[in-house]
Write a protein that binds this ligand. Sequence first.
Ligand code: TRP
Length: 339
Amino acid sequence: MMTKKIILTGDRPTGKLHIGHYIGSLKTRVAMQNSGEYDPYIMIADMQALTDNARDPEKIRNSLLQVALDYLAVGIDPEKSTILVQSQIPALNELTMHYLNLVSVSRLNRNPTVKNEIQQKGFGQSIPAGFLIYPVSQAADITAFKASVVPVGDDQEPMLEQTREVVRTFNNVYGQDVLVEPEGVFPPKGQGRLPGMDGNAKMSKSLGNAIYLADSEDEITKKVMSMYTDPTHIHVSDPGHIEGNVVFTYLDVFAEDKAKVAELKAQYQAGGLGDVKIKRYLNDVLQAALKPIRERREQYAQDPAAVYEILRQGSAKANVVANQTLTEVRAAIGINYFG
Ligand code: TRP
């Protein structure tokens, strides 16, 4: 039997997941899970979320359940994927400490994604130390499970790079092939990021431009009808633009009838097709795509105890694997004094 490749990936629980997460990563994870070629570990990274939310733990606590519901709703299957909670895996913290000794402060300061986030979050001179080192903790997440495959968004490439550095340094310094170098799996070019409903390149909770997997039918309709289209398309008879027109971007991603989308685009560009019509069509398409997800989510939401039980069992299984890696790491360093 071919051994399955180990996948590790995850999300920070800072809110519900939206259709940008779905297109950018959740859909790929479900497909990989169902291919039978992988052994996936999916981590709810609450420790990482706390690195910039330490004073609002309630938000992280509440979001944990929301993210778990989103996972189950899109088809992450606990029989096939191990869903785990980062804070419940103590070995990750010790691995992080060992790795931190192999990483310089100046290297931490150079991580481009972290640099961006520091700007965006406006930390100024008060960067939480835990935030600055989270890429090293992420290296612990990945290596604890000996994952070789890490499906993530493009912004996570620097984390993979830093993880590979940690792995190489560790294996060099301690002279053993204990840790595994991971490869990132990134979304196909141009498909990684769904824009917000307002036309902003990024869909995010803080920008208030997201459609959530948990949104009701009415909420979706309201959002679609208020979507950004083409500001120069004033009268129905005016020729309209497709470029940067969010309704068409979403149709390209979600509509199965590509011929119909092509026809609508041609009509819109020629003039004579109104925004309301294309929005109604997008609404039908989105409602059809999101209904089964929302219904599954509602079912799981009726029994939070059962969802926590899935997380507890996943974390228990993950602990066995992470503890084994930690034992090997301790032995490689030579701090296994008592056998
Ligand atoms: N940094 C990731 C994010 O912000 C979440 C994450 C934590 C992660 N640990 C990970 C992703 C390990 C992949 C592998 O979305």
